[in-house]
Design a protein around this ligand. Structure first.
Ligand code: ZN
Length: 412
């Protein structure tokens, strides 16, 4: 590992690097040797070698700093990346940070630069908190029967979205599990997702698409609910449906009652004041049904009666769909979204909010790391206990998903 790390460092750092690389490799038993150059962190652990841009950094981008078995760390920080993170580059380190590399930094200086970055992103919490993403979509645009969504003309979304690609885009970000949310009203696509999910344990559940008012609903529910990965259905402002209007139909409510009795959840999207009111009416009728409201940050909290929902403990709020385009651009500063996140936090508190990325539907707005960073910044600032609830514990309460591999957490 020592030689491999040194060789890679040479390649990365350029012509002046060999001596530094050799020196660094030799020093690894003491304290990490450090070079400063551009906006990246480069490190090795006992088992892996990673390189991550810090500019796009979520806290997990620097998670290699906090794990056991660190052998060599090379934070390469610039004024350009430190300042947005809330740091000024001071004294002799300024010159180093602005361009000179091969400059060894002692432990105190190392902590002076890296530790604040770590604290800013609540590194300690990020390292220990596994993330379960409760909102991703899976589809295969290359399959013979095609897909009802996304549209063929969509240059960003129209490509296969399968667990392998999801694993790649989330690599190193701490994602240990994901729940697939329906993106097709075709009955057999429920089975298609279950078959795809069966082959990759990162998928801990799916929220399918069945119509509670359909004459065959119970038969369909029985068929899919046999698979423990099937955790519920989604119904709301999508596929031309209207939850509020359908609640007037007794057979529709009877179907949802069967869903509730099966211990499964109802997801609903896309939020409008009318949908929020419909969810409240629904839980008046079926108090045991767990309901997850997708993408609440898309809604201006002042326009809907959210406090009414907050009084119903069986309702969970997916803090997903946070990023939005404003005047042609997508702000990537957490502060831009803070008012809306604060409003949701103040109303619902730590026990009702769950994380979802909406990948790959989020791709037109930002990279996975950018989407995650906003909520990491926000929830890590609420403390480790609250962040754990948001990033995985509440998702178990909402969906009762079942752990499929050793990386996935479970409640004590
Ligand atoms: Zn979505």
């Amino acid at each position: 590992m020592r030689l491999r790390a040194a060789a890679l460092m040479v390649r990365f750092l350029g012509a002046d690097a060999p001596a530094a690389a050799a020196a660094g490799a030799g020093r690894e038993a003491e304290f990490p040797a450090i070079w400063l150059r551009s906006s990246a962190i480069f490190c090795t652990t006992c088992s892996r070698l990673t390189w991550k841009p810090i500019k796009a950094a979520s806290s997990s981008s620097v998670s290699c700093l906090g794990v056991l078995g660190i052998r060599l760390i090379i934070p390469i920080l610039t004024r350009r990346c430190l300042v947005p993170l809330g740091h000024s580059v001071q004294s002799d380190l300024a010159g180093v940070a602005c361009g000179r590399y091969n400059t060894k930094v002692d432990r105190r200086s190392f902590l002076g630069i890296v530790a604040p970055v770590a604290i800013r992103h609540k590194l300690a919490g990020a390292v220990s908190i596994p993330i379960v993403d409760t909102h991703i979509h899976l589809f295969d645009t290359a399959r013979a029967q095609g897909v009802p969504w996304p549209d063929k003309q969509d240059p960003v979304l129209y490509r296969p979205a399968l667990p392998g690609r999801y694993r790649k885009v989330t690599e190193g970000l701490g994602i240990v599990g994901a729940i697939e949310i329906e993106c097709s009203p075709w009955l057999e696509d429920n089975q298609w997702v279950l078959d795809v999910a069966a082959k990759d344990s990162i998928i801990v559940g799916t929220i399918g698409d069945l119509e509670p008012g359909h004459p065959q609903f119970r038969a369909h529910l029985e068929r899919y609910a046999r698979n423990p990965l099937f955790r519920g259905i989604r119904y709301g402002n999508l596929w031309g449906r209207d939850l509020g209007a359908d609640l007037k139909k007794p057979e529709f409510v009877a179907g949802l009652k069967a869903l509730s009795e099966a211990g499964l959840a109802l997801d609903t999207a896309n939020p409008t004041p009318a949908l929020i009111a419909a969810v409240a009416r629904l839980t008046d009728r079926l108090p045991d049904l767990r309901v997850v409201v997708d993408h609440l940050p898309e809604l201006d909290p002042a326009t809907a009666n959210l406090r009414d929902l907050a009084q119903r403990p069986q309702i969970y709020i997916k803090v997903s769909g946070v990023l939005r385009r404003v005047s042609g651009r997508v702000p990537l500063d957490t502060d831009f979204y803070r008012d809306r996140l604060d409003a949701i936090w103040d109303i619902f508190g730590p026990d009702r909010l769950i994380y979802g990325s909406d990948w790959p539907n989020s791709d037109p707005l930002g990279t996975y790391a950018q989407v995650l960073k906003i909520v990491e910044d926000y929830f890590h600032a609420k403390g480790t206990a609250a962040a754990e609830k948001y990033f995985w514990k509440n998702s178990i309460a909402a969906y009762r998903w079942i752990k499929r591999n050793a990386r996935q957490p479970e409640l004590a």
